[in-house]
Ligand binder design. Structure first.
Ligand SMILES: Cc1cc2nc3c(=O)[nH]c(=O)nc-3n(C[C@H](O)[C@H](O)[C@H](O)COP(=O)(O)OP(=O)(O)OC[C@H]3O[C@@H](n4cnc5c(N)ncnc54)[C@H](O)[C@@H]3O)c2cc1C
Length: 411
């Protein structure tokens, strides 16, 4: 009889692992247990329904920049199944991919359902059993050489026995979601949200809602956390990649500070402060008859620039000829180091992931097998691995799923 393999959670990591495992090891019985009524429900809504399934890595300077948690582990795992291997895998399945200038990779169809259907069709053809509406409540493992028993929340469902258990239940915002694993003595790094927007109450800012500045850098004042990218002003504060990435870098710090802090925005990050000042001085020299508000720096709209000027007390009709040294200093600071108090975490459903989860020290860094429980594996967002926006979270799920499929086959 082939090995009985139970995969808990039919999300990105679980389905990718199930399909590859069954293909690599056809004689084993692979069953996936999913609490919801649909498999891959989250994947279906990723990337605004387009599924940003990986990244070209062209703009990635270091792994730590895109994986605030799990950098070292992924460095190792990518040697086994890299982002390039991932692209080849999907293209071999007939999914044509396109890469955006920012590095984000999508199916050419721009339809996340193509990703969902490719996995589900593959699983069906490979004879992976999929059990929907099966919420796993507990996993027991009486001794190192015994099999695992899975029980379900719905007690009318029969317990199942498995030789290998692969847990891919995704992120959980509450530590209580990890009880089945803490009950097994496995350490969990407390979960906190990552990838969220900031509530900001600076007077007048919200009137600029809808404005996007394409290239900014952001810093969480007083910390080492920084990010860059487009920034969007919303009716509750700030959003866009430069804010979401900063929330990811500073996820734990922000949680510990009750989502209060200060974000410092550099609206012209391609220029040093001296260069910003020199540009303003140049305006004063050459545009002295013009109104300051009518000559916004490159990349900023007139509306945004007028608002910045109002914050430093420069009237809309002031001319460059009347601008003094102190005002030039204030303008320079406003453009390069614009500080706003963060009053809370955005409440809207964004691309939200969990920071924290199964502590990486609990896992073998080559196979993702649990050190305390042989034949128990963890993959995806349930682990203390998470990335910024840009296809990095799904990439981690695909890589971890494949690493486990190969490790189980090789065992
Ligand atoms: C709106 C949104 C958009 C996103 N867009 C992107 C994107 O474009 N690119 C990107 O890289 N990342 C994106 N992400 C993040 C990405 O979707 C996740 O990081 C990824 O899906 C994690 O994969 P996973 O397999 O670990 O978990 P999931 O895909 O969340 O799957 C976990 C599965 O386990 C099931 N489950 C949970 N508990 C149990 C249980 N006890 N028993 C049985 N089943 C259980 C769940 O129902 C779920 O189906 C987005 C996230 C959100 C919320």
């Amino acid at each position: 009889m082939g090995k009985r393999i139970a995969i808990v959670g039919a999300g990105a990591a679980g389905c990718f692992c199930a399909l590859n495992l069954k293909r690599l090891h056809p004689e084993c019985h692979v069953s996936v247990y999913e609490s919801g009524t649909k498999a891959l429900a989250k994947v279906a809504i990723t990337g605004g329904g387009r599924c940003n399934l990986t990244n070209s890595w062209e703009n990635v300077k270091s792994l730590g920049q895109v994986y605030p948690r799990g950098e070292k582990l992924l460095k190792k795992l990518f040697k086994q199944f890299s982002p390039e291997d991932t692209r080849k895998w999907w293209e071999k399945e007939g999914v044509r991919l396109i890469s955006q200038p920012d590095g984000c990779i999508f199916p050419q169809s721009q339809d996340a359902m193509q990703i969902v259907n490719t996995l589900l069709t593959g699983m069906r053809l490979a004879n992976v059993e999929l059990h929907l509406s099966h919420r796993v409540k507990s996993i027991s493992h009486p001794s190192a050489d015994s099999s695992y028993t899975l029980t379900f929340s719905d007690e009318s469902k029969k317990n199942i026995e498995a030789d290998v258990v692969i847990v891919t239940t995704g992120g959980s915002p509450k530590i209580a979601g990890f009880t089945p694993y803490t009950d097994l003595g496995i350490e969990v790094t407390p979960p906190v949200p990552s990838l969220f927007t900031f509530c900001i109450d600076t007077p007048g800012l919200k009137d600029l809602q809808g404005i996007v500045v394409e290239h900014t850098t952001t810093i969480l004042t007083g910390t080492k956390y920084k990010a860059e990218g487009p920034l969007l002003i919303t009716h509750w504060g700030m959003s866009g990649p430069a804010i979401l990435k900063l929330s990811s870098q500073g996820a734990r710090w922000l949680a510990e500070h009750d989502y209060k802090g200060e974000v410092m925005v550099n609206w012209l990050p391609d220029l040093s402060q001296d260069e910003v000042r020199a540009t303003l001085e140049q305006h004063k020299a050459t545009d002295n008859g013009k109104m300051v508000a009518n000559t916004p720096p490159d990349g900023l709209t007139k509306r945004h620039w007028t608002y910045m000027l109002s914050r430093i007390g420069i009237a809309e009709n002031k001319r460059w000829s009347d601008v003094g040294k102190k005002e030039l200093n204030k303008m320079t600071e406003m453009l390069s180091a614009d500080c706003h108090a963060i009053t809370g975490k955005g409440q809207y459903k964004e691309e939200f992931v969990t920071c924290g989860g199964i502590s990486l020290g609990e896992l073998d860094s080559n196979t993702l097998e649990c050190k305390k429980h042989p034949n128990l594996y963890f993959a995806g967002e349930i682990t203390d691995v998470d990335g910024v926006t840009g296809g990095f979270n799904l990439q981690a799920a695909w890589t971890m799923g494949m690493v486990i499929a190969r490790a189980v086959r090789n065992k």
